[in-house]
Design a protein around this ligand. Structure first.
Ligand code: ZN
Ligand code: ZN
Length: 741
């Protein structure tokens, strides 16, 4: 990394700042470089920041504040700094807030654990051979030869069998030097040795998989920042395919990052990884301890970590030598962060890969429309896996018209679906019922006065969770005990559940098939990885007959004996009215359908998917029933083009929120008064947000739509800076919004 020339430097500090501040280093002997992490005084506080260049020399040196501490780590690498700058300008957020994400966990920097290591003072074998020492001492020198980082006392004793006294003696005689370094993980296994077994041994893959591996490997070796779409039907072996490219990356001595939505990052996935590589990947998610995070972060920075797999925040880890990024389930909304810094980790990962001249692979069975579009027009390299890797045939999909074959009164399953469930039970095959609604019923109404029970903090219904006897708001988490008394009219025993949730389907199944072994898979019942993992094992081992699940079940799992998928309500989500409602519904339904019959090779054992719908003519439902994804995408692209919506146009929103409703109204109309006029920019609003009252705040929204070539960020920044935002108003800019709540 580039050195800075003077002792006066510009430091960007973490926090809500865009511009750096000048500081001076008193210790003239320390060399500073760009990216170096330092501690500086700011007002009365001490804040961590990084050096981003020479000082501006606008303030005399004597008046500058002094750097308090220069941390002893490798500097933050250039690609991470470039990512910070780009992310900040793309999403209109402070650079210092992005830096804060990069420097997280901050404990890694401010309180690292140190250990003593020993390094050899000899550069090569010849030098060692020339001196006269005992065999034991020679063993130590051989062990330490060519190690950048050195080895701890324990490692050396374990490996060579020498005593502490010998090591001490060697230090005194200057054969080795003792150094204090921060503790990272012991990751010798993390890079593959170029052994025979490691060479291109992927005969178990099919032709399409091999072709994909070869293309991606080529980009890794030639350090080309190509973007690949790995587009495979569910069960086509996408994971096996990208594992081979991770192997190549490690072979090249480079680091690989695998981004997964947290929900897919299961112990099951980790097991598959271990089976492949014989070492565990470093996992970065919300469940790991700070201590572990600290070590992973430092190991990524010093280059000893080979593979890190993590949720979206793993993109911010300062890898020193990144050679490959995989974004699995790239269409997932989970890659978009909706609080604090609003950014899409998938999109930023693509930028990050260009900075390290390394390829990126976006994997999905149901790519996002934007990605599909970019692959179609050649911006991304489209690699398709059209066949199930197991050789299984695709499932047979049928629609159930709920108007012609309605469920019994007060029930939710059509007799056709019940009949199919019965036949699967007889054959000892598994069935899955999918309904993307947690709890017992999405809405509770008082039969006496008609009041619909609402959250106290939001414009949302409280959802009854009968198993826990509570009502919960799925938006803010507010909950209260369910008492069958209306809070409005006071009448007792008249509160009625409306519509089905997974618990209600469970109740229905228990009535029809009292002996069937049931399991409900939702974020309420599976609230940690261990429970989820045990349940998945039970399903795989045929200890379950019928699974009832929410979106949680849609991905990642492979259940060999699952032969029927029943979609209880395919119409959920289609009426949402936001830009991606149909796309999302399509993706979820297609993924759930893909769970069926993943190992059925014979035509008569084919998996079955039954979709209950009131709207058999709906184009989405039709495209799914014909298994024709591309037809659906093409139609959806045409309608987006007509509306000049992404990927054809650009979209952003400004969300204004406040606890004070009147003041919010006044400020919104003041902001509208200074709105810019451009031919190719349209501004809608301020309209009440679809959920107007959320977590105790009132919310209004502007939607900004522009042609693709417009710098929508500039338009918005110039506009919102025209008037001061008072402190009782929160103004949030959301570029490329996903959520339209
Ligand atoms: Zn009432
Ligand atoms: Zn709420």
């Amino acid at each position: 990394m580039k050195n800075v020339n003077s002792k006066e430097v510009s430091v960007l500090i973490s926090g809500p700042f865009n511009e750096p501040f000048d500081y001076v280093l008193e210790d003239k002997n320390t060399n500073l470089s760009i990216g170096q992490i330092v501690l500086v005084p700011f007002g009365k506080r001490k804040i961590v920041g990084i050096i981003i260049g020479d000082g501006t020399k606008t303030i005399p040196e004597t008046k500058l504040k002094k750097i308090l501490q220069v941390y002893d780590f490798e500097p933050i690498p250039k690609p991470s700094i470039e990512l910070m700058n780009f992310l900040s300008s793309w999403y209109c957020v402070f650079k210092g807030l992005v830096l804060k994400m990069i420097l997280s966990p901050i404990e890694a920097i401010t309180s690292p654990d140190y250990e003593k290591v020993y390094k050899s003072n000899f550069l090569n074998q010849n030098e060692i051979n020339e001196i006269k020492i005992t065999n034991k001492r020679k063993l130590v020198l051989d062990f330490l030869l060519n190690l950048d980082i050195g080895k701890s006392q324990n490692d050396i004793i374990k490996q060579t069998g020498v005593s502490k006294a010998i090591l001490k003696d060697m230090t005194q005689k200057n054969l080795v030097q003792e150094k204090k370094v921060y503790k990272t993980l012991n990751l010798d296994s993390h890079f593959l040795k170029n052994t025979k077994e490691n060479k291109k041994n992927y005969d178990f893959l099919n032709l399409e998989q091999k072709f994909a591996v070869d293309r991606i490997n080529d980009a890794i070796i030639k350090t080309k920042s190509d973007c690949f779409l790995l587009d495979g039907v569910p069960g086509s072996g996408k994971t096996e395919t990208y594992f081979e490219t991770v192997r190549t990356c490690l072979d090249q001595g480079k680091q690989a990052l695998i981004l997964l939505p947290e929900i897919v990052l299961t112990p099951d996935w980790e097991k598959r990884f271990f089976k492949k590589f014989s070492f565990a990947p470093l996992v970065w998610n919300s469940e790991i301890t700070k201590k572990k995070k600290k070590k992973i972060w430092l190991s990524a920075l010093n280059g000893s970590a080979g593979v890190i797999v993590g949720a979206r925040s793993a993109l911010m880890i300062p890898f020193s030598n990144l050679g490959l990024i995989i974004v699995d389930e790239e269409h997932e909304q989970a890659f978009k962060q909706e609080e604090n810094v609003r950014y899409n980790a998938r999109d930023m990962a693509i930028y990050r890969s260009t900075r390290s001249s390394s390829p990126i692979v976006l994997a999905s069975a149901t790519p996002s429309l934007e990605t599909f579009y970019n692959a179609k027009n050649g911006k991304y390299i489209h690699l398709t896996l059209p066949k199930r890797a197991t050789g299984a045939t695709l499932p047979h999909i049928k629609l159930i018209d709920l108007i012609a074959h309605p469920p019994n009164k007060g029930k939710w399953l059509s007799p056709l679906l019940v009949g199919e469930l019965e036949s699967k039970l007889k054959n000892k095959e598994q069935s899955l019922l999918f309904l993307n609604r947690r709890g017992y019923a999405p809405l509770s109404i008082c039969n006496s006065c008609g009041d619909k029970i609402k959250c106290v903090n939001c414009d949302a219904w409280l959802v009854e969770h009968r198993s826990k006897n509570i009502l919960i708001c799925h938006h803010c988490g507010y909950s209260r005990v369910f008492e069958n008394v209306c809070k409005k009219c006071g009448v007792e025993g008249q509160i009625k559940a409306c519509g089905p949730g997974v618990e209600r389907i469970e109740e229905e199944i228990k009535e029809i098939f009292p002996k069937a072994r049931l399991i409900v898979l939702s974020s309420d019942t599976m609230n940690n990885h261990k429970i989820l993992n045990d349940t998945v094992e039970r399903i795989k081992n045929n200890k379950v007959d019928i699974i009832i699940g929410t979106q949680m079940i849609a991905k990642g799992h492979d259940f060999p004996n699952l032969k029927l998928v029943g979609i209880v309500d395919s119409d959920v989500g289609l009426s949402g009215g936001d830009l991606r409602a149909s796309e999302r519904t399509f993706q979820v339904l297609q993924q759930v359908s893909g769970r069926s019959g993943r190992h059925s090779k014979k035509e008569d054992e084919k998996g079955v998917v039954l979709i209950q719908t009131f709207d058999t003519k709906n184009p989405i439902i039709n495209a799914i029933s014909k298994n024709n994804r591309n037809e659906f995408f093409d139609k959806e692209l045409v309608s987006r083009q007509h509306a000049n919506m992404p990927p054809y146009g650009r979209l952003a929103s400004i969300i204004l929120s406040s606890r004070l409703e009147r003041k919010l109204e006044t400020f919104s109309s003041d902001l509208l008064k200074v709105a810019p006029f451009f031919k190719n920019v349209k501004i809608f609003g301020p309209a009440p947000a679809p959920i107007y009252f959320l977590r105790g705040r009132f919310r209004r929204r502007f939607l900004i739509k522009s042609d693709k070539n417009v710098n929508i960020q500039d338009v918005i920044l110039n506009w919102t800076r025209k008037i001061n935002t008072p402190n009782y108003i929160k103004l949030t800019i959301d570029i490329d919004p996903f959520s339209f709540m």
